[in-house]
Ligand binder design. Sequence first.
Ligand code: SF4
Ligand code: SF4
Ligand code: SF4
Ligand code: FES
Length: 625
Amino acid sequence: MAVQTTKQGRLNSAAELETLRQEIKSATGENPRLITICCGTGCLAYGGAKLAQAFRDEIETRGLQDKVGVKTTGCHGFCERGPLVVIRPENILYQRVKPEDVGDVISDTIEQGKVVERLLYTLPGTKERVTYEHDVPFYKKQMRLVFGANGYIDPTLIEDYIGVGGYTAMVKALFSMTPDEVVSEVKRSGLRGRGGGGFSAGAKWESTREAHGGLKYLICNCDEGDPGAFMDRSLMEGNPFGILEGMVIAAYAIGCHEGYIYIRHEYPVAVKHAEMAIAKAEAMGLLGDNILGSGFSFKIKINRGGGAFVCGESTALMASVEGRIGEPRAKYIHTSEKGLWDRPTVLNNVETLANVPLIINRGAQWYSSIGTANSKGTKIFSLVGKVNNTGLIEVPMGITLREIIYDIGGGILKNKKFKAVQTGGPSGGCLPAEMLDLAVDFDELSRAGSMMGSGAMIVMDEDNCMVDIARYFVSFLEGESCGKCVPCREGLKRMNQILERITNGNGRDGDIELLEDLSETLTWGALCGLGGGAANPVMSTIRYFRDEYEAHIKEKRCPAGVCKPLITYNIVEANCPGCNLCIKACPVNAITSPGKKMPVILDQSKCTKCGACYDVCRLNAVEVR
Ligand code: SF4
Ligand code: SF4
Ligand code: SF4
Ligand code: FES
């Protein structure tokens, strides 16, 4: 629902912006009745756009345009339940909504004030239905500050962002703070970079501000190469104006007038929203020349990344923006001195920049009251893997892994046993059950042998083989290594060979020690962060799951039943009444029936260990040994 205001053109002062905001607010009312439909990438894939159109059509057919509005929004986080619909202002959450449900939602909820029970979230244990978004366990322990506007605003409408207080932080910074005061506020807030390194954002800004040379650059990193991570994409899709506002404030603090958003080409919605937001903000005088008549100018260009994981590294990313091959360089001279085109440059992650307007608006003291001693504010994680509730979560620093996995994530799928959680993406470590009460922050994760990284969190259960997991990540990183330095190029190749040997049943005495040696060489000898962190999955799995390595090497056994050369599928005759489901499922006819209602027979010489019989058997009559 686009808001009609008297002022749609360029704004020339902070006062004009404020007038526009008041107009928008009075046009929409305090708590407007709205049907919000998530159209982030996840919900779009489930049919979010068609659903939104069905709501619009139904409202028009029933002549309810004056009673309720329809708004498409960015990601609400609970993507696996999509498409999500939230009825505001009550915040009634409907999940997995289809166009066929639209009539009931309109007649029951909008016209009669009743909930449509079948569309509510159901608690897995008690089967109790939950009506309101904030009562759903997935949301209960979250603190959605950076994600605050996602779910409320249409990311393609700048008026929506202005209506919820957008650009107040930029006005405060440009008109009532000096650049030094902005830097000092961000420093005092304790904000650390959310992209992986965890450096103080304020200190980074300060050194670039103080660097010699008039021309400086700001880059927003929206490359996000970690498998399973999608928080930067969701922020850019759901609230691009918030990122732009953070960028203007950062540019003002640093003293720079040109910026880039480096964004993955595979993120079409995020690219589209970023392009649209830049054009709209420029047209309204909120970006570009002489922003709001303040005398400060800042322009942003978009640079699309080709999807190379190594381009998440600052110097490789800058090389890529310059049009060169995305290879890291040694940082004898920091990028704050010589970065993009050898000019002082700040590179901040999307989430880091999205925190900035909050800090400027509400103050460093408020911000630093959230979190732990050295990790302030909230962190967005993509919680994926073997948990009941997957999606994007925003939680205060210091929350425990147990709260994330069991309270927010709803525990392990199919009530299996938790085995490990990998934090920090492919270069992160795998933490075992003994670490479930670890308070999640930058320092605690590093001490435990893992890292915050960009915020990917992959949960594993008893069916995951930790040696195979280490092999998978090493193989991923070997493929992504740029090959410039020997420890990473050759080290990862050798580690992958050793891990393959172990998972194939050919592990040798001394392999664990060899992996440890190579890990150390890689950690200390690699040129950039990709190689420097690449040994974490190996070192952490050896540290916490050494018994699994030993079982593979000494006993030629995979305790989790994953590594094919080390397992066999067998029929437990006592459990098998001969239902023959597995016979139909076996692609190579390795299972036969000796007669009606008799246990089936599995021919090991034909079995390719695909696991299909194990998956279909409902009576635990197929076992893995
Ligand atoms: S550590 Fe790996 S990715 Fe980094 S420069 Fe060396 S070879 Fe390239
Ligand atoms: S594991 Fe696969 S190939 Fe082997 S018996 Fe079962 S279904 Fe057939
Ligand atoms: S599916 Fe299970 S119970 Fe049925 S025949 Fe196969 S092993 Fe036996
Ligand atoms: S995309 Fe809809 S909840 Fe994430």
